[in-house]
Design a binder for this molecule. Structure first.
Ligand SMILES: [Zn+2]
Length: 139
């Protein structure tokens, strides 16, 4: 299998990736305005305050939108197609882009309940993916 490109880790995202590696999805909560954001930044995306802190999320949400990929974007993903890219609205509010596992594309529905799956792809990187909530455990 060709190695897939991995996301880079920097000072803003180090805590996020460390959380995923130990099985925790961390969201940033703004201590000034209460805004909750995913994808780590130095500042709050709403009020630009610097008092943001990480808190573990439930890992649960619903499919807000999705798109099934039939043509791999690059050679590294050829063995994965078709796969479904989902925009998940977390119960905490923010939306994040990921991919669905264990779900044939024709079965995916808007509003479907999903839960996070921690997919360790390297010692440093564990990717947050989602599966239909209540689906049987796989690893
Ligand atoms: Zn804020």
């Amino acid at each position: 299998m060709t190695a897939r490109p991995l996301p880079p880790i920097d000072d803003d995202t180090r805590a996020y990736w460390a959380g995923l590696a130990r099985g925790e999805l961390l969201l940033q909560h703004c201590r000034d305005c209460g805004h909750v954001q995913v994808y780590q930044r130095a500042l709050c995306g709403r009020c630009l305050g610097a008092r943001v802190e990480h808190r573990p999320a439930s890992g649960r949400g619903r499919v807000y939108s999705f798109s099934t990929v039939h043509r791999a974007p690059s050679a590294e993903f050829k063995e994965d197609v078709p796969y479904t890219v989902v925009l998940v609205e977390l119960v905490e509010g923010p939306r994040m882009i990921s991919t669905l596992v264990d779900a044939p594309p024709e079965t995916v529905r808007i509003g479907q309940a999903v839960e996070i799956v921690y997919d360790r792809v390297s010692p440093e990187i564990t990717l947050p993916r989602f599966r239909r909530a209540g689906a049987s455990m796989t690893s």
